[in-house]
Ligand binder design. Sequence first.
Ligand SMILES: Cc1ncc(COP(=O)(O)O)c(C=O)c1O
Length: 350
Amino acid sequence: MKERLWIAEMLRGQKKHISFHTPGHKRAGADITELDYSDCLLSPRGVLKAAQEDVARILGAARSFILTDGSTSGVFSMLYCLKTAGKASVAAPVFSHPSVRNACNVFGLKWIPVPQKTRFGIPLQPTSADVARALDSADALLLTSPDYYGNFPDLAGAAALCKAQNKPLVIDGAHGGHLHFVPERYAGSYADLWVDGVHKSLPALTQGAVVSAKSEPWAGPLESAVKLFRTSSPSYPIMASVEYAVKYPRNVALENAAERFKTQYGCVNNGDWTKLLVPFGGQCGAAQAYSEGHGVYPEFNDGNYLLFYLSPCTTARELKTLGKLLKKMPRGEVGEDAPAGSIPMYGEER
Ligand SMILES: Cc1ncc(COP(=O)(O)O)c(C=O)c1O
């Protein structure tokens, strides 16, 4: 039997192509529109349907939907599902991504805040007791896992709590697309609905994401929701890259090297190998300038820490270069009153 074509193979397979269609650059190549051979994301029947089915199987979902508008459109789709299922309120941590607050406002969902403490300016994941207290007066729970700093909430505890109360669990996994290899860490092992921000930690183009439903009862509503919140002109390069990224093999050697690196260079002991959080305290700005002066760019500077974000495509050589630079970069004490860095803290003005 013939193997399924990946989206990228379908794009590569088209030889003669004179474009009398959008987009206006007329260069065809991979950046085409929905044509008879390229399928249609709104009602897929061909290569996009096959890709979404493969993605769902890999992620352990009943249905998965490729998004070309980032995790933001996934968060909107999931919260809209809650609304259409008759939920009136959702408990969510106070430092959730702004898309959570925006979606709640747009849909008239009441946000029940789950308090979060901070340590050296870093939001800590909420305690199980705080989650339970907030969920008592909410119809659903949204957690972020992992967060931007690589920390995880008590996923098993939250799932058990939601199950006991028959309330849906939704997970914003914008920073956890690489975790489907690790069931105990993966959002899809616990959530009814979850989004994977594939473009952040897997080799997908910016804005590539996937939103998934664990079981059939949520799959139909999610399908209706994504139709409302994603573009009607999805980018084929992004869709091809999402399929490629989800099918990208695990890089265990790099994962182990990253964990050793954390110990060797005094990174914060978070649970996520892709997020190397290095403390610089008051020297953060100088360290960032030194690093960037050598062509090495971190993800962010929060005034206390620099975050160096890895993916399975980071090479051992790049990690070694970072290690060499770190040895020479000035370090200071981290403090609670860090000057504002380049990352705005979600949930509060800095
Ligand atoms: C926790 C979290 N959720 C959602 C998003 C939104 O993701 P995207 O930029 O892919 O729309 C982000 C973006 O940084 C994020 O950090």
